[in-house]
Write a protein that binds this ligand. Structure first.
Ligand SMILES: C=C(O[C@@H]1C=C(C(=O)O)C=C[C@H]1O)C(=O)O
Length: 355
């Protein structure tokens, strides 16, 4: 099927309020879609069925799911379009900024009292859409960020969610797996060489150490790369690749995902203290932002689960964008605020024709 025809089919599905997902793996020009045949709500606890899983941040062993057995599957080539990637001007909102800075200060205070090494705090912001079009959304999103995992998900229980995320939670193929520590952010300016200061390097090391520790029990071989720069649209990240072999008989996709999520890249360290702080203080429910999502194949022997970042939820002609960043002892409030503004550009550029 051709890309335009697939979008047409999906639009019909959306009108009928039946669940669907369309996605492309990072660096891939192949587009995949699952269109559920009815509007049942499927939930999954063990990742052993083929389909597409969509899990919230507060994941406690159940996630929404589109089973392949109850869906039509399609695959086609992306027809790429030229996308204007110039930044969108965000109107100043002092109240919103003050609220963030207050949260930042409380976070730093908790870290200073040695209750945590790192806590990831976030916020959301609504943008009104002039004329929402699913077709424009899909075309913009899939063409703008070819290096990212791109998706548009619809379910009557969640509405539309979409994003272009740079972060892998875990990729599994038989007993091999890949994950990453993605932490440390700076704006992309096209200048070489890209330099990273001790704050980012320390934060990156903290995330790498926490991930490797949480994988110890479920892996027999663990390899860790040197940190390198990874571009994600208008920002750059520091990334370490972690690969290895899963312990025979002890590790499944379900146990590995549960061991990793929520990673210190999107929650913090120690995990429980950071998560409790987020739930008690962030002041809004993250829902599916910083949850995880992706296709499960070969009854769980293969999967690409991604962390739901650079994403938004669309409802009633409104787009709600979610952004955050990791706070450590060395963090500065103005810089952290600006980082969230920069991250917002990823979805704003997708929305440009609809704003
Ligand atoms: C939390 C987000 O991003 C995460 C936080 C990062 C950081 O603090 O440097 C970098 C990449 C992501 O792991 C987000 O994009 O909302």
């Amino acid at each position: 099927m051709d890309f335009n025809l697939l979008i047409e089919k999906i639009s019909q599905h959306y009108i009928k309020k039946i669940p669907f997902v369309i996605f492309s793996l990072p660096e891939s020009e192949s587009v995949n879609a699952l269109l559920q045949k009815d509007n049942h709500t499927h939930r999954i606890t063990a990742f052993t069925d083929n389909g597409f899983v969509f899990a919230p941040f507060e994941y406690s062993e159940t996630a929404l799911y589109i089973p392949q057995s109850d869906a039509e599957s399609y695959q086609c080539q992306l027809i790429k379009e030229e996308i204007d990637l110039s930044p969108v001007v965000i109107l100043k909102d002092i109240k919103e900024k003050n609220k963030y800075i207050k949260l930042f200060e409380k976070t730093l205070d908790t870290i200073k009292k040695r209750k945590a090494n790192k806590i990831v705090i976030s916020r959301h912001k609504d943008f009104s859409l002039n004329n929402f079009s699913l077709e424009i959304l899909i075309k913009q999103l899939f063409s703008a960020y070819p290096k990212a995992f791109r998706y548009v998900w619809y379910h009557p229980e969640t509405g539309i969610w979409c994003g272009a995320t740079p972060e892998t939670l875990v990729q599994v193929e038989n007993d091999s797996f890949k994950t990453m520590a993605l932490a440390g952010t700076q704006p992309f300016t096209n200048k070489e060489p890209v330099l990273w200061g001790p704050k980012e390097l320390d934060e990156q090391q903290l995330v790498t150490d926490a991930i490797t520790t949480s994988l110890q029990k479920v892996t027999s071989v663990l390899k860790v790369s040197n940190p390198h720069t990874h571009r994600a649209g208008s920002v750059l990240h520091l990334r370490t690749d972690i690969t290895g072999i899963l312990k025979n008989g002890k590790a499944t996709l379900t146990t590995v995902a549960a061991a990793l999520h929520p990673t210190p890249a999107i929650c913090g360290s120690p995990k429980k203290i950071a998560k409790d702080f987020i739930v008690d203080n962030e002041g809004y429910p993250r829902e599916f932002y910083t949850g995880f999502l992706g296709p499960i194949m070969e009854n769980g022997a293969a999967a690409s689960l991604m962390v739901n970042l650079r994403c938004m939820k669309i409802f009633d002609n409104t787009a709600r964008l979610f952004v955050g960043g990791g706070i450590t002892l060395a963090s500065q409030p103005q810089e952290e605020w600006q980082e969230t503004q920069n991250k917002m550009q990823t979805m704003l550029q997708v929305l440009k024709p609809m704003l």
